[in-house]
Design a protein around this ligand. Structure first.
Ligand SMILES: [Zn+2]
Length: 283
């Protein structure tokens, strides 16, 4: 999971822009009348986001009984996210914050959309709130669906509030099979905040990261197969370990929780992989 900077604009700015082109003036005025209510929820959201308490924000059937859930969803789909609309630049600005266009939720696939952290169906007041909109790939957006957390540890990570880069939480284990494979899991750490560890684990499950990373690792091992055989041939187990250890350090420096950093740490430390396992990789 990658941390992103919070969007530099707020709900008021977005709602005023989205409603400015609505032909139905009664609807536009009604939506604008709930801006103070939405701002209040947005303020609470920012405070709860920092303490990991967003699950405490109650779901609502409408925005304060004034604007329906459907009307807010239409505002998102018909104005904010609609290609060519006068408000679309807000949507694009949020999307562009993802570094190298990589989805911050899986750290792997390309960003295609914005994901509502709290679903727009259950939290219509936040349907167009920038702080609730996260750049995401299509798969992560679909996998999360309308998942609603009921406890702190049920919450997936939020890229504007959660920074887990100082922890080494991703762990890979080499499976001694033919061909060799790798199993990913969230590292048990007694010194880390246990709620945070449970949230990382939840994030890992909801977005199917074990399967995604294991398939990347399998493909990576095959792609370096000849280098492994050559290192083993020329400098034995120690030479191979040294090569893999160097790869592990380089990748861990860039991102200690990337699938490739965890993969190289695991295979460089596996006696079995360095002695015989690497010979069982097939194209
Ligand atoms: Zn993703």
């Amino acid at each position: 999971m990658k941390t992103l900077p919070e969007p530099a604009f707020n709900s008021r700015e977005v709602i005023e822009s989205c409603t400015s082109r609505i032909h139905n003036r009664e609807l536009a005025e009604r939506i604008c009348s709930v801006i103070p209510y939405v701002e209040n929820i947005e303020q609470g959201y920012k405070e709860l986001g920092v303490t990991g308490g967003l699950f405490e924000i109650p779901s609502e059937a409408s925005v304060n009984g004034v604007v329906s859930s459907l009307e807010m969803i239409k505002l998102y789909e018909g104005s904010l996210s609609k290609k060519g609309s006068s408000s679309r630049h807000y949507y694009d600005k949020i999307k562009l914050e993802a570094k190298n266009d990589i989805c911050p939720l899986c750290s792997q696939r390309v960003v295609k959309t914005l994901d509502h952290y709290l679903p727009k169906s259950s939290h219509p007041a936040l349907a167009v709130s920038p702080i609730n909109l996260i750049p995401a790939c299509s798969d992560c957006n679909k996998l999360k669906l309308d998942h609603l957390a009921v406890a702190a540890e049920d919450q997936t990570l939020h890229p504007y509030f959660d920074d887990v880069s100082s922890l080494v939480w991703l762990e890979a284990t080499v499976m001694e099979s033919s061909p060799p494979s790798v199993l990913y899991k969230v590292h048990e750490s007694s010194s880390a905040d246990q709620v945070l560890i449970k949230r990382i684990r939840r994030h890992f499950e909801v977005f199917g990261l074990q399967e995604l990373y294991a398939s990347q690792a399998a493909s990576e091992m095959v792609s370096i197969r000849y280098a492994l055989l050559e290192f083993f041939e020329s400098s034995g187990v120690d030479g191979l370990k040294s090569f893999l250890g160097h790869q592990a350090r380089t990748r861990s420096k860039a991102d200690s929780n990337s699938w490739s950093a965890a993969l190289y740490r695991a295979i460089s430390e596996s006696e079995w992989f360095c002695e015989t396992g690497h010979k069982h990789l097939h194209r």
